[in-house]
Design a protein around this ligand. Sequence first.
Ligand code: OGA
Ligand code: ZN
Length: 405
Amino acid sequence: MNDLPTPDYYSYPWFALEAVRKTALGGVIVAWSDGQQLECHPLWLRENAPGPDGIDPRSKENDLDVTDLDMSTTIGAASIDAGALVVEFIPENRGASFHPGWLRHVADGLHHPFALLPEPKPWNATDLREPPTHDGLSILENDDALAAWLHDLLEIGLTRLTCLPLQTETVELVGSRIGALRDSNFGPTWHVSVDFDPNSTANTNSRLPAHSDLPTREVPPGFQLLHCLKNDVGGGQSTMTDGLAVINYLQDHEPDVFQRLITLKWTFFNRDSNHDHRWTAPIIDTGDGRIPWTFRAFHPVRGFPAMDHNEIDDAYNSMRRLGQLANSDDFQIRYDLTPGDLIAFDNRRVLHGRESFDSQEGTRELRGTYLDADEVYSRMRVLRRALNPGEQSLGFGHSKEGEDA
Ligand code: OGA
Ligand code: ZN
C-alpha cells in the first residue's frame, strides 16, 4: 500500500485516514484522527485515479479528456484500507486507491501556489539597513546555500551575494542556478554602463529614482540580478525601497492617493529603432487581486495618460507622492556596490535606483539579467522538497485551512 502512486514527484508520509463517508453529491468526505477532513468531488477524484484514463504513470499527468469523462460518475463503495482511501467508481465499476498523504496535503491547502513559499515581510529603512547578504560562491556550489538565499529573496524581496568572480558570465551562472533567464530587447544578459549612444536612461550617468524595470510589458520581469564588475566612480550609490511597505503606509494614511495609484492608468512605451513595446496599466497594478502586486514606476518609459483629462492632475499628484515616499529616508536604503557583489531583487515589489555619478573619474560597469517569478518559485519549492522530504505534509505554509476538492 505504502507505494501508492501520486500525481506528482513528492514522497508523502503515510498520513493514515481514520474514516470515510459518502456525500449527497456522490463524492466522499475523508477524515483523519486529528479532526482534519477533506471533501472530494467524484469527478475530481475520478480524474486523479491512478492508471489508464486517469493518472498516466509515465507523465504523472491526467490523461482523461474531459469530453470522455462520464458526467454521471459517482462513488459506489468507499472504505479505508491500511489508512488509504479505496473507492469504486460507478457506473464504470472501476476501483482506485488514493495515497492518504497526498489527500492530506490538499486538505492542508499545501497545493496552493504560495503555500510552500516564504511569506513576504515588508520592511522600511528602520527595519533593514543593508540587503541580507550571502556568500556568492556557496550558492553556486551548494543547494542548502541556494535555498537560504532564495528564502531571503522571497521574504525580503532583496538580497546581496558577495565575492563572485569578476567575469561577464557570472550573472548568467547565478541566474541559471535558479532557472531559465528571461530574454528581452536588451538580450538575455545586458550591460549597465555609460554608453556613447544609450538606448536607455540606465546607460547614462544620471540618477535613477526608485523604479521598476520593463513596466512596458504585460508581465514585467519578476526578479532582477545585477552583478557589479567594476566601480571606481564617485557617486552611484545603490538604493532600494520595499514597495509593499509603501503600499501599507498609503493604505493606512493616504487612501485617496493609494486609490488613484491602483486605478488611474498610463500607457508605458519602450522604444528603440527595432522595438516598440507598450502596455497600459496603473502605477500599482493589483492584477486580479492575488499577490504579487506589480509596481509600474519608471518615468523614462511612461508615455501617455490613459484616463479622462479631468483625472490627469490627480494622477500626477499621486505619482509625485509615491515618488516622495519611495525616495525618502523613511523607506529607502542606500549602500555601495562593490565589484563582485550581485544584487538580486523582486522587480515588481522592490523599487531600485542609483545616485548619479561622475563618469569622467572612473568606470562603473554592471551586468544584469531577469527571471520570471515562476522560475524562482519553482526552484524554491523543488529545493524545499529535496532538502526536507516529507516536509510538505507536516502542516507548514501559508494556508492550513481545509478545503474542498
Ligand atoms: C537599470 C538600473 C541600476 C544601477 O539598469 O535598470 O536600475 O545601479 N541600474 O545602475
Ligand atoms: Zn532599473
